[in-house]
Write a protein of this length. Structure first.
Length: 403
């Protein structure tokens, strides 16, 4: 009898152990599954509808969504190749507005009276008053522009062709993008390609408010003097060999194994979350830095940290849940979209790969999110399009393997 009690007791212990172990395993698996969850997206291959008038898109360099869920893009007509615009095909106007069905609603843009249109179109943003903001990253572009939805000019901040630096309070330096805070009516500028900072102005008057560099410190352009000299030498050497000169962003000087740069490199986007935190895409440093609205540094995180060349952090979008749990980050170098936890900046998923088919990418550059959580992604270089990806709820996305 005692032997049976021992055996029974042993089985009971084993059973309890297995039961507790299974419970712990299930909890661990559930926790891992919850951690790995991210938004699932499905490409909408029929959006948008074909453009009228035999219009074509050039490098499509910015996207935004307005209060009606209309989707706005800006592209570069000048990037169309001669073989693309043969016969009667031609570049569409730079600014295009689409409704949710993919119909073209309006189009405008280009040089006009009273303002200096960018030498090289870049970002676009629609503010809480449905005004349209335009940036440009050409070598002479030191300005951003504000228009009504109908294309009526309202405001220019900065002046084209002037000498500038990262502590100039009047002019910009090839700004990449901007966002407007509806609570304060201030415009935050990702400034950008020539300068290395975030700068803030009053969105109605253009009055300067404040600016900051990486880690919330005063930006210092001299930090890059040695690198700029090396870039100039590389270009000179290329000319001597009769070879094409390397692009500045492809000789950025970023080295993954060194301590983090104390300055921004290409400040490519600035976005404000609902909780007031400001997220900055430091593109060729492969990182996101987070600040309070006064420029106080909060934290930073890296995406595919070993990425060289044109970098991995090109834009920032937020999921539409109340906590904005996820960040969406287009990576035009690795041809994918990263999904990160907003609180930890950890990667939890990714979607898309290189290519020209629906759902693939060639230079995914900018991203916007509508009220349903669908995302719109534009492609630069020879991608020359905008794609819509439908929000399919939470699931488990694979994380692609990159540097």
């Amino acid at each position: 009898m005692r032997r049976y009690l021992y055996v029974g007791g042993g089985l009971l212990v084993v059973g309890l152990t297995l039961g507790i172990g299974q419970l712990l395993f299930e909890k661990s698996a559930a926790a891992q599954g919850a951690k790995a969850q991210s938004t699932m997206f499905q490409v909408d291959p029929l959006w948008p509808k074909p453009l009228p008038n035999r219009w074509l898109l050039g490098s499509t360099i910015g996207v935004a969504v307005d209060s009606q869920d209309h989707v706005w893009i800006i592209h570069r007509p000048a990037t169309l190749q001669p073989n693309e615009i043969r016969s009667s095909w031609k570049g569409a106007p730079p600014v295009l507005e689409f409704d949710q069905a993919g119909n073209l609603v309006s189009s405008w843009g280009g040089p006009g009276q009273g303002y200096e249109w960018p030498q090289s179109e870049h970002g676009i943003f629609i503010d809480h008053k449905d005004n349209v903001w335009i940036a440009g990253n050409g070598g002479r572009d030191s300005q951003i522009l504000k228009f009504t939805k109908q294309g009526k000019f309202l405001l220019q901040i900065g002046h084209q062709g002037v000498k500038h630096d990262s502590n100039d309070t009047e002019n910009l330096g090839s700004p990449a993008n901007m966002t407007v805070d509806p609570q304060t009516n201030e415009v935050y500028v990702a400034d950008g390609y020539g300068n290395h900072r975030v700068i803030v102005f009053d969105a109605d008057t253009g009055k300067y408010k404040r600016h900051w560099g990486a880690y919330g410190k005063k930006p210092d352009d001299h930090y890059f003097d040695a690198e700029n000299a090396a870039i100039a030498a590389a270009r000179q050497a290329a000319r001597g060999r009769g070879a094409p000169a390397p692009a500045a962003e492809d000789t950025s000087g970023y080295t993954p194994n060194k301590p983090p740069d104390t300055q921004f490199r290409i400040v490519h986007a600035v976005r404000i979350a609902k909780d007031g935190l400001v997220y900055v895409a430091d593109r060729t440093n492969d990182r996101i830095q987070v600040f309070r609205k006064d420029g106080t540094f909060v934290k930073e995180g890296w995406v595919a940290r070993k990425t060289l060349g044109s970098g991995s952090v090109w834009d920032i979008g937020f999921s539409i849940d109340p906590a904005q749990r996820f960040i969406y980050n287009p990576d035009g170098n690795n041809e994918t979209i990263w999904e990160l936890m907003r609180d930890s900046l950890d990667i939890v998923g990714s979607f898309g790969s290189g290519g020209h088919f629906a759902g693939q990418f060639y230079g995914p550059h900018s991203l916007a999110v509508d009220s349903k959580g669908n995302v719109y992604i534009t492609e630069t270089y020879e991608g020359k399009r905008v794609q819509r990806f439908l929000n399919k709820g939470l699931g488990t996305n694979p994380v692609v393997s990159f540097p």
